[in-house]
Design a binder for this molecule. Structure first.
Ligand code: CU
Length: 143
């Protein structure tokens, strides 16, 4: 009887530890359409840390693209430019919005034609953890 109680307590502790670690939730994931032959596309979503420990988004990858990276649009001397972001830290309970004109996923050289309405899987890598795989829907406008 005693042993059962101990193992149940350990199982509870383990599941609580899993929740305590950073946990990424993604909403409204979409990819903006671009003219045929475009070398790059951009992906947008809201990334929320649903855990109670800090979480770092370290990058992203997808079988559908040659390269995926975290970018930010910035204005330098009145000219819109983009710069690569190494990683993004998200505090417990906080959200980061990837949206046109700001942070985004830069999707380089799609391996096949990207069509409106299609869903494309992108893996968002996190530390700690294995990250999450999210379906990004290809759309002309924000959801
Ligand atoms: Cu970019």
């Amino acid at each position: 009887m005693r042993r059962w109680v101990v193992s149940i307590a350990l199982a509870l502790a383990a599941s609580q530890a899993a929740v305590a670690a950073g946990r990424l939730e993604i909403a409204g994931a979409w990819i903006r359409t671009a003219p045929p032959g475009a070398m790059m596309l951009a992906g947008y979503a809201t990334l929320r840390n649903a855990g109670d420990a800090p979480l770092t988004v370290t990058g992203a990858d997808s079988a559908a693209f040659s390269d995926v990276s975290l970018h930010e649009s910035v204005e330098v001397d009145g000219v819109a430019r983009m710069r690569a972001l190494g990683s993004i830290e998200i505090a417990p309970g906080a959200s980061i919005v990837l949206a046109p004109g700001g942070k985004h996923l830069m999707l380089m050289r799609s391996k096949s034609e990207i069509k409106v309405g299609e869903s494309i899987k992108i893996h968002i890598a996190t530390k700690p953890g294995d990250g999450v795989v999210v379906d990004f829907v290809v759309r002309d406008t924000a959801p």
